[in-house]
Design a protein around this ligand. Structure first.
Ligand code: NAP
Length: 249
């Protein structure tokens, strides 16, 4: 029996990177997948084809996760077309790094909107359906930066720390309805987001990681798979780091 057989999962911002890896792993474990991204592109089309080739039902919805009304439309579409949602992964996220003295109000707002408001939008949009089902697993992708902070990333750190407070509150609010809510805090993961960093910055990160390597997007997806599945049936309100030990330094 696969871990997510007969389950339906939605992952935001999943055309590439960590979200894509979640979609593929969850599909291998039997889940039907709905994934979103800002717009359709080669990545979303190839992911859709790969998911369907695994024999599960899959759909892509172009939707801006930071837009409240669009999240409501996605939830209505999912309820009408799939009838239920078992797993919600709030993954969409961006960086706009800058030291506080140079950070614009636009970059502050944009990062908070895409990274944190989106988590509110999707949790609020799908809570009624999950409450009706009396079951659901919500997984919010935070970051080690939300736990430890990072110079040059105060907007990102605030958004990811906000996700942790939100996660624990939702776990308390919705636990009695059978809904679990947890966060994953990845460290340095090899994705397009981190490939933008200079070689010097990368070397500095590697020195600080006890396992001496960057994480893979599949490393993060494996933690989420545990949280999504019944293996984590008694786990809620937790923040699980997936960082090669970085956070213990
Ligand atoms: P990524 O490769 O940049 O992928 C992010 C995805 O989110 C892209 O597909 C992007 O779409 C999409 N997206 C951006 N804005 C969106 C919006 N408003 N609505 C819907 N989708 C949107 O990033 P990643 O490294 O996989 O990161 C995924 C998550 O993990 C993020 O929340 C990130 O903060 C978190 N994380 C990453 C790392 C790391 O080391 N990579 C570490 C800790 C936490 P486009 O293709 O259109 O831009």
């Amino acid at each position: 029996m696969k871990l997510l057989e007969n389950k339906t999962a939605l992952i935001t911002g999943a055309s590439r990177g960590i979200g894509r890896s979640h979609a593929l792993l969850f599909a291998e474990e039997g889940a039907n997948i709905i994934f979103t991204d800002l717009q359709a592109n080669d990545n979303s089309e190839s992911l859709l084809a790969e998911l369907r080739a695994k024999g599960v039902r899959a759909d892509f919805l172009a939707s801006n996760a930071s837009d409240f009304a669009q999240a409501q439309e996605v939830a209505q579409w999912v309820e009408a077309n799939y009838g239920r949602l078992d797993v919600l992964v709030n993954n969409a996220g961006i960086t706009r790094d800058q030291l506080i003295l140079r950070m614009s109000v636009e970059d502050w707002n944009l990062v908070l909107d895409v990274n944190l408001r989106s988590v509110f939008n999707y949790t609020k949009a799908f809570a009624p359906l999950m409450m009706k089902q009396r079951a659901g697993s919500i997984i919010n992708i935070s970051s080690i930066v939300g736990l430890n902070g990072n110079a040059g990333q105060c907007n990102y750190a605030a958004s990811k720390a906000g996700i942790i407070g939100f996660t624990r509150s939702i776990a308390k609010e919705l636990g009695s309805r059978g809904i679990r809510c947890n966060a994953v805090a990845p460290g340095f993961i090899e994705t397009p987001m981190t490939r933008q960093l200079s070689e010097d910055v990368r070397k500095e990160w590697m020195k600080q990681i006890p396992l001496h390597r960057g994480g893979l997007d599949t490393d993060v997806a494996h933690v989420s798979l545990f949280l999504a599945s019944e293996l984590a049936g008694y786990v809620t309100g937790q923040v699980i780091s997936c960082d090669g030990g970085l956070a213990i330094n």
